[in-house]
Write a protein that binds this ligand. Structure first.
Ligand SMILES: Cc1ncc(COP(=O)(O)O)c(C=O)c1O
Length: 453
């Protein structure tokens, strides 16, 4: 296995490069070339336009928007073109990212939006990533890789379930799944690297995704890149990329920023009016991406994230980590955004779920709540993630008595999570029985075939 930079396909214009900071540096990446990076003053909109001037997985950032009127749930207004439906009753809007792809979660479609074009540009042959047994991220990577003829290797925490359901089933249908004992999984970096080295073999190459992003932002010598690319195309070398758990890298933020830019168009929510955007938070990456988009565009929007998997200290730390990493790649100060200010004040309002609990637990009455909402509005929620954002959007819209602030919920998907709720692990004694049963069946079958013959 060699550690080497892959070639890239993308030509990066010098005006685009002017966005990228030269100050930060990952320990395992090459030094960016300051000479090729002129610093120019950009307006906020120009900054965002240049930041988003890249190839995307989703051909368009468009998504459907549905208005939910609360006191008369039966009268909802699906998929408004013009979203200004005046009503005296409390209402909120749902951004239907759950409809973007049948198998890839809404927020995964956004997180992977900028990632896969770079994976393709770097002629990656294999992607290695990890997640929990019912990881929506692992399933999304598996499906997205298969759609591009790339092999995915998914390291799932714990034991294989007795019956495969939900995202676990999709991961195993589309990707190569390996179950990893919890003690080994605890050191994710080591586990991912070791597996990637194994996939690469003695002649392959392994990179972390952040290296690819860095390389795509700093490449100068495009003709030699192109020659190298041609050489790579003709060989059988494996080029393996590691994507971290939950795709919680800087590149994942770009898709959320693209969504904010889309929603802030004049014919949708516009840039002038106050808006509360509510989202459910696992790693918190989607919420931070929405926050960075809002700050970059200078919008009077607040991002409210419902904490589901960590404490407020954990989320604040993740927010700081992502903002600092973003700043290392993209020069926020060029549009007058001071890092200290946003680190100090934060860009996301992290709030508790209405009924906080250990992650993954479903409380009594929540399936019935999902059932009621599905039957009256046509919107399918899951009790783990999106029900929490729905409840928060409902509360916030009921508080907005003057109706001058719009409340908007981002529906992040999670539909297949519903099918994972019944998952059960095989107990060791059951595993033995099932192996014995299989052997007995094989023996019987052999006997039967003897008789037939
Ligand atoms: C439906 C759904 N919503 C939200 C999240 C959390 O997103 P993030 O990790 O970006 O906070 C997930 C993560 O898997 C999810 O499946």
């Amino acid at each position: 296995m060699k550690l080497q930079r892959f070639p890239t396909l993308a030509a990066i214009s010098s005006s685009k490069r002017s966005l990228y900071s030269i100050s930060g540096q990952l320990p395992h990446t090459r030094q960016p070339q300051p000479q090729g990076i002129p610093k120019v003053k950009l307006s906020r909109e120009e900054f965002v336009a240049a930041l988003l001037d890249r190839r995307w997985t989703l051909p368009k950032p468009d998504t459907k928007i549905q208005q939910i009127i609360l006191s008369s749930k039966k009268v909802t207004h699906p998929f408004l073109e013009m979203i200004e439906k005046e009503s005296q009753e409390p209402s909120f809007y749902v951004v239907r990212d759950d409809l973007l792809h049948p198998l890839v979660n809404g927020n995964k479609s956004r997180k992977l939006d900028a990632l896969f074009p770079l994976v393709e540009d770097h002629l990656v042959t294999d992607v290695v990533t990890c997640g929990g047994c019912q990881s929506a991220h692992a399933a999304a990577v598996a499906v997205s890789c298969a759609e591009r003829g790339i092999k995915s290797h998914l390291l799932l925490r714990g034991e294989q379930p007795e019956i495969q359901t939900g995202y676990n089933l999709i991961s195993s249908l589309y990707g190569n799944v390996t179950y990893i004992p919890r003690s080994v999984y605890a050191d994710r970096t080591k586990m991912l690297k070791r597996h990637a080295d194994y996939v690469a073999g003695s002649s392959g190459h392994v990179l972390w995704f952040d290296d690819i992003l860095e390389a795509s932002l700093t490449q100068n010598n495009l003709s030699s890149e192109s020659a190298q690319k041609k050489a790579f195309k003709d060989d059988n070398t494996r080029r393996v990329v590691i994507v971290s758990e939950g795709a919680g890298d800087v590149v994942a933020l770009l898709g959320s920023i693209r969504l904010v830019q889309y929603l802030s168009q004049d014919h949708l929510f516009g840039k002038e009016k106050a808006l509360k955007l509510v989202v459910d938070a696992g790693t918190g990456t989607t919420a931070v991406g929405l926050g960075i988009g809002t700050i970059c565009l200078g919008l009077p929007w607040e991002i409210t994230a419902v904490m589901l998997a960590d404490t407020i200290e954990g989320y604040r730390q993740q927010e700081k980590h992502l903002i600092s990493n973003f700043k290392r790649h993209f020069d926020l100060e060029s549009i007058g955004i001071g890092l200290d200010d946003i680190l100090e004040n934060g860009i996301v309002d992290w709030v508790e779920r209405h009924n906080p609990r250990k992650f993954g637990n479903v409380l009594k009455g929540e399936i019935e709540a999902c059932q009621d909402i599905a039957q009256t509005t046509g919107v399918l929620l899951d009790p783990m993630y999106t029900l929490s954002a729905w409840e928060m959007a409902t509360t916030l819209s009921q508080k907005e008595t003057k109706r001058d602030t719009k409340v908007v919920m981002l529906h992040t998907g999670g539909t297949l999570g519903m099918f994972g709720l019944a998952q059960r692990s095989i107990k060791p004694e059951e595993l033995l029985c099932s192996h014995l049963g299989l052997w007995l069946r094989v023996l019987k079958w052999e006997k039967a075939t003897h008789i037939i013959h």
